[in-house]
Ligand binder design. Structure first.
Ligand SMILES: NC(=O)c1ccc[n+]([C@@H]2O[C@H](COP(=O)([O-])OP(=O)(O)OC[C@H]3O[C@@H](n4cnc5c(N)ncnc54)[C@H](OP(=O)(O)O)[C@@H]3O)[C@@H](O)[C@H]2O)c1
Length: 329
C-alpha cells in the first residue's frame, strides 16, 4: 500500500456574525436608509459590544442624512447617536462593565451608528443605564442630556439661585430645564405650544410660547434678567437675548447663530460660548444619578419600531413633536 499523502485539511473559520442595520449608501431623503444584513462589529481593546434595545432620533441624524451637516461622515454609514442596551461582549482591558450589564451612551459620529442590532463603543463613553428608567426612556437621554449638562454646568457653571433662560424645549431644552431646576436655578423657558405642559411640569416657573409671545418683551415687562441663556434654536435668538442678560451673564449656544452684538454685552462683562457636546462617561454617570433621584425624566412622544426610522426622521424634521421619538430595535 502506498504511504498516505500528507494532506492537511484546511480549517474553515466560522462566518462572521451578521446583524440587521439601516445603512445609507448615499446622503438624501429619509428613504435612503434601508434595512440590510451587515457584519456585526466586534469589540477591540477598551471597547464593549452592546445589543441595542432602543435608540432615538436627534436633529443631527436628519442633518447628516440630508447632507446639511458633514462632520467628516462618509457613506456608506449607519446613523443613530443614542443607545440604551445590554453589554454582549467586552474587549480586552474593560473592567468597568461585564456581559449582561444594562448601559446607555451616545455613539461617536462615525460609519457605524446605532440604527442597528449591535453597536461597539469605547467603554470610556458608556455608563450604566439609570435604574428606574426603561430602555425606551434611557434612549432619549444620552445625546440631548450630555449637551444640556455640558452647556449648563461645564460652559456656564450655573449656580443655585441664578435665573436661566432656555430657548427651545425639545430634546435638549426640556432636559436643560430639568437639570437647571434640580440645580436650584429659576427657569424661564421659551417653548413650542406642543411642549408647554411638559415644560412647566418639569420645573420652568415661567413658560413663554415662542409662536405667540416675544421672549425679550415678556422678560422686560416682568423685570427679569438671566444670568445664563441657553440657545437651542439659533438664528437671531442669542442676539435678541442680549437685552435681557444680567451682569456677568453666560450666553451659551449649541447651534449656529447670527452675529452676537458686543454693544449690549460688553458693559455687562457677559461671555458668549459656542459649544459642541463631548462624549464622556462622566457626563453620562451624572445624568444617570439625576435620573435615579427622579430629577431627570425625558418626555417620550412616541416609540416606533426601528423599521420606521424613515418615518421618525420625517416627523422630527417637520417639527411639532411633543417630546423625543424613540426607536425600539
Ligand atoms: N452643539 C451641539 O453639540 C448640539 C447637540 C445637540 C443638538 N444640537 C442642535 O441643537 C438644536 C436643538 O436640538 P434638539 O434635539 O433640542 O431639537 P428638537 O428636539 O427638534 O427641539 C427643538 C425645539 O425648539 C422649538 N423651537 C423652534 N423654534 C423656536 C423658537 N423660535 N423659540 C423657541 N423654541 C423654538 C421646536 O418647536 P417646534 O416643534 O414647534 O418647531 C422644538 O420644540 C438642533 O439644531 C441640534 O442639531 C447641537
Amino acid at each position: 500500500m502506498p504511504p498516505a499523502a500528507n494532506v492537511s485539511t484546511p480549517t474553515l473559520s466560522p462566518p462572521a456574525p451578521r446583524m440587521k442595520a439601516y445603512p445609507l449608501d448615499e446622503f438624501g431623503p429619509p428613504e435612503v436608509m434601508q434595512q440590510r444584513e451587515v457584519e456585526r462589529p466586534a469589540p477591540g481593546p477598551g471597547e464593549v459590544l452592546v445589543r441595542v434595545v432602543a435608540t432615538s432620533v436627534n436633529p443631527v441624524d436628519y442633518k447628516l442624512r440630508s447632507g446639511e451637516a458633514d462632520f467628516g461622515l462618509e457613506a456608506p454609514a449607519v446613523l443613530g447617536y443614542d443607545v440604551s442596551g445590554i453589554v454582549e461582549q467586552t474587549g480586552e482591558g474593560v473592567e468597568r462593565f461585564g456581559e449582561g450589564d444594562a448601559v446607555f451612551y451616545t455613539p461617536e459620529i462615525d460609519a457605524q451608528g446605532s440604527y442597528a442590532e449591535y453597536h461597539v463603543a469605547e467603554a470610556a463613553i458608556v455608563a450604566r443605564k439609570p435604574t428606574g428608567l426603561s430602555h425606551e426612556e434611557a434612549a432619549a437621554l444620552p445625546l440631548a442630556g450630555c449637551t444640556a449638562w455640558q452647556a449648563l454646568f461645564d460652559r456656564a457653571i450655573l449656580q443655585a439661585g441664578q435665573t436661566v433662560l432656555v430657548h427651545g424645549t425639545g430634546g435638549v431644552g426640556l432636559l436643560a430645564v430639568q437639570l437647571a431646576h434640580a440645580a436650584g436655578a429659576e427657569v424661564v423657558a421659551v417653548s413650542s405650544p406642543t411642549l408647554t405642559r411638559q415644560t412647566a411640569e418639569r420645573g420652568a416657573s415661567r413658560v413663554i410660547d415662542y409662536q405667540s409671545e416675544d421672549p425679550a418683551e415678556v422678560m422686560q415687562q416682568a423685570g427679569v434678567r438671566a444670568e445664563v441663556v441657553l440657545d437651542t434654536v439659533g438664528g437671531d435668538t442669542l442676539f435678541e437675548s442680549a437685552g435681557v442678560a444680567a451682569p456677568g451673564a453666560d450666553l451659551v449656544t449649541i447651534v449656529e447663530s447670527a452675529e452676537v452684538p458686543a454693544g449690549p454685552l460688553m458693559p455687562l462683562n457677559a461671555s458668549v460660548h459656542f459649544t459642541m457636546m463631548q462624549r464622556r462617561g462622566a457626563t453620562m454617570r451624572s445624568l444617570a444619578r439625576f435620573a435615579e433621584r427622579g430629577l431627570l425624566r425625558p418626555a417620550v412622544a412616541d416609540v416606533l419600531p426601528l423599521a420606521d426610522v424613515a418615518e421618525a426622521h420625517r416627523r422630527l424634521e417637520s417639527g411639532g413633536v411633543p417630546g423625543k421619538l424613540v426607536l425600539r430595535v
